[in-house]
Design a protein around this ligand. Structure first.
Ligand code: ADP
Ligand code: MG
Length: 727
């Protein structure tokens, strides 16, 4: 059996570590030159590939064939550099780096690397993560997991500093990225990332650039040397900047001497005050991001236990002092700041206990500690503790899909997975999808990262879900789109139609270059103009005689009026008293419907008011397509009005609109409650019934299916519409 290592694949430096089983601690694996961290710089020279310090020196002395900082372009498939007519993408360069780390680790330890945990900035997108996995695969590494850098750092820290319920802010300022993450240590030995924030274009390199600018401005002010006249000045200043910056960590003044072909030489001094003031805004930006993170969690500096400094750039003295001024906490730099990430990754690589077991191990360690039995925590216990800490990461970005807004007027980014969800996570959202009889009925999913509108978001993938079935009775289906983030922070898509128990086949396609169609209004998908109306009439004893004959007359008129609507109309009839009786099922033959109305007789359903018609209305309209109404004519009070209201609400919930019409001693409040509010309930006298029905017929015909479609009342389904090829 070989070893399992942790790899910090950094922008400027990379490193590997392993848990030393005998000593019970994670340790760095130095490279063959004895260095604990290796510059992420590659040089291609005479068919040879040189990685690390030698390449970095070559790069700094201006030799050709060198490349660095490729991690900043991770996720892009474009060529990053071309050397001796060979082109390299960031993935290829990262794979060379990873293979080097692996080879060195095997050479130094004399063991085979079986498995690796690789760290990535918490702010890495899906694309960058999958690029990292590809690079690892090309390097012949078997990747156990990708974990976020701050989570790894917190793991390393927890070996020595386990504190139940501590809330740790991990402040990681590296060479090219800044990340701040809040981590909660929990009861029983779990760490959980609460939230993360950052800027992956801010790092030590920006401080180098400011220092170079400072030197250039001094050259101009003190010696009249401008870059315009002496272009080599800029390169000379850039070359020296990093080393001067590092010297300023230990000293207050540094002598600078630059040489260049065009300007000869230039000497000056840089003080720590000058450097600090030239870079203050960069440090302020990091603390602003920290404070933003805290405020998003409704926390303040006082609510955190410790600040943990990670990344080589936190060696700059101003970082700790500025943080202390802002926060009141003295930041910890307990673990070597540029090693913490690799050490934590090594812990994660060695951690094989399933979460439950791990928790109980940690729990017993905790109990021992609190009872004082294990006051002297030995190295082994520490390791066991660290190994039992299961990291749980968060995804920094929300994930959404392009959908049609509820009003049908624009394309929106509908979030499916909220930002900062703890991974692994699965979230689904329901959408309407309009199928057609002859079409392919393929659903298109444009996966967006972030919460900005479609055209301002990063489109990280285009997927198609195939073969949604067309139901001739209802051309609108409810589809559920599920996104899941796995343990590596990678996203997967599943699509399922409501009521089905298998997922649709989903394929991935290239994201089109031109997404401009989503700036235009979507094509309208009109629900079919079909009207379905069930009329329920109270036939209890109180309706005998004139009231019932007036009601029947009004109902016939109503059917005639409905028939004049420019659409298909289906009508059903229910009589209700002690029972609810279906007199006529939904039928588009309106003459038959009128005949059914004529057939309604007094007391055909009993003589009292024991029943209500809502279950029948709901069942009759269940499969109907288009607009669906229940018109209920009530006379007097019904026995169980509360129950009737509940059943009426069940109709509302599935999108059936109920209109209550009352006369006689009907209860006005009850009528309001059974009505869905789309069309006002009304309370009328018998002789005005025909007129009132006429009004209702008109309103029913007018109400737009788009606005008041079933979507708005169906509680479980959102009103957004998923898009297909025809959109
Ligand atoms: P990354 O994770 O991005 O590869 P590291 O955590 O290794 O980066 O940090 C590298 C950065 O730290 C570089 O910008 C380097 O200049 C800076 N750095 C290293 N040592 C010091 C120091 N003593 N003082 C200031 N900056 C330093
Ligand atoms: Mg780093």
């Amino acid at each position: 059996m070989g070893i399992k290592i942790g790899i910090d694949l950094g922008t400027t430096f990379s490193a590997a570590a392993v848990v030393d089983k005998q000593r019970g601690v994670p340790v760095m694996i130095p490279n063959r030159d004895g260095e604990r961290i290796t510059p992420s710089v590659i040089q291609f020279q005479d068919g040879k590939t040189i990685v690390g310090s030698e390449a970095k020196e070559a790069y700094e002395s201006g030799e050709t064939g060198c490349t660095s900082s490729f991690k900043r372009s991770m996720g892009s498939d474009e060529v990053y550099c071309t050397i001796d007519s060979a082109s390299y993408t960031p993935v290829q360069l990262s794979s060379i780096m990873l293979r080097h780390i692996k080879d060195e680790a095997e050479a130094v330890t004399g063991e085979r690397v079986d498995e690796a945990v690789i760290t990535v900035p918490a702010y890495f997108y899906h694309k960058e993560r999958s690029a990292t996995l590809r690079a690892a695969q090309m390097a012949g590494l078997n990747v156990k997991q990708l974990i976020n850098e701050p989570t790894a750092a917190a793991l390393a820290y927890s070996v020595e500093h386990w504190r139940e319920n501590a809330r740790i802010m991990v402040y990681d300022l590296g060479g090219g990225t800044f990340d701040v993450t809040l981590i909660q240590m929990k009861n029983g030995g779990m760490v959980e990332s609460l939230r993360t924030n950052g800027d992956h274009t801010l790092g030590g390199k920006d401080f180098d650039a400011r220092l170079a600018e400072l030197i250039e401005s001094k050259a101009e002010a003190e010696a009249g040397l401008s870059i315009k006249d002496y272009p080599s000045l800029h390169n000379a200043a850039m070359r020296e900047a990093e080393s001067i910056k590092k010297q300023l960590t230990a000293r207050n003044t540094v002598n600078v001497r630059l040489f260049g072909e065009d300007f000869g030489s230039f000497s000056t001094q840089i003080t720590i005050e000058e450097f600090n003031s030239a870079t203050l805004d960069l440090i302020k930006r990091t603390t602003t991001l920290c404070e933003q993170l805290l405020s998003e969690l409704s926390l303040s500096w006082g609510d955190i236990t410790d600040i943990l400094l990670v990344g080589g750039s936190t060696r700059m003295r101003r970082v700790a002092s500025f943080l202390k001024e802002r926060s009141g906490h003295t930041p910890l730099m307990h673990v070597n700041p540029d090693e913490a990430v690799a050490l934590g990754a090594a812990i994660c690589a060695a951690c094989s206990a399933p979460p439950k077991y791990a928790q109980s191990v940690a729990g017993s360690v905790m109990r021992d500690r609190t009872s004082g039995v294990s006051e002297k925590v030995g190295k082994e216990t520490k390791l066991q503790n660290a190994l039992s800490v299961m990291p749980s990461d968060v995804c920094a970005h929300a994930m959404g899909v392009i959908a049609v807004s509820a009003d049908g007027n624009e394309y929106i980014n509908k979030t499916i997975v909220p930002s900062n969800s703890i991974i692994p996570v699965k979230c689904a959202e329901s959408f309407y999808y309009y199928t057609s009889e002859n079409g392919d009925n393929d659903l298109e999913i444009y996966m967006l990262q972030g919460e900005a509108p479609p055209l301002e978001s990063v489109v990280i993938g285009k997927y198609t879900a195939h073969g949604i079935k067309h139901d001739p009775e209802n051309d609108r289906t409810v589809v559920s789109i599920q996104y899941s983030y796995d343990k590596n922070g990678m996203v997967h898509v599943q699509v399922r139609c409501q009521g089905e128990d298998v997922d649709l086949k989903v394929t991935q396609e290239p994201v089109p270059n031109d997404m401009s169609r989503f700036a235009l209004p979507p094509k309208k998908t009109e629900a079919p103009q079909q009207l379905n109306v069930v009329m329920a009439v109270d036939v209890s004893g109180s309706m005998n005689g004139y009231p019932l004959s007036e009601a029947k007359k009004a109902m016939r008129h109503f059917v005639d009026k409905l028939g004049r609507n420019n659409c298909t109309v289906e009508v059903g009839i229910v009589a209700v008293s002690d029972r609810s009786v279906v007199v006529k099922k939904l039928d588009s033959d309106l003459e038959k419907c009128k005949a059914a109305i004529n057939s309604i007789e007094e007391e055909m359903a009993g003589i009292l008011n024991g029943a209500d018609p809502f279950d029948d209305i709901r069942i009759m309209l269940k499969k109907a397509n288009g607009k669906r109404f229940g018109i209920v004519l009530a006379d007097g009070r019904w026995d169980d009005q509360a129950k009737a209201v509940l059943r009426a609400r069940m109709c509302h919930e599935v999108g059936i609109d109920i209109v209550g019409i009352g006369f006689g001693t009907a209860d006005e409040k009850f009528l309001k409650e059974i009505s869905s509010g789309e069309i006002e309930s009304m309370f009328v006298s018998h002789d005005r019934l025909v007129e009132s029905f006429g009004k209702i017929a008109q309103e029913i015909g007018r109400s737009s299916p788009k606005k008041r479609g079933r979507a708005s009342s169906a509680a479980a389904v959102s009103t957004w519409r998923a898009i297909g090829e025809t959109d």
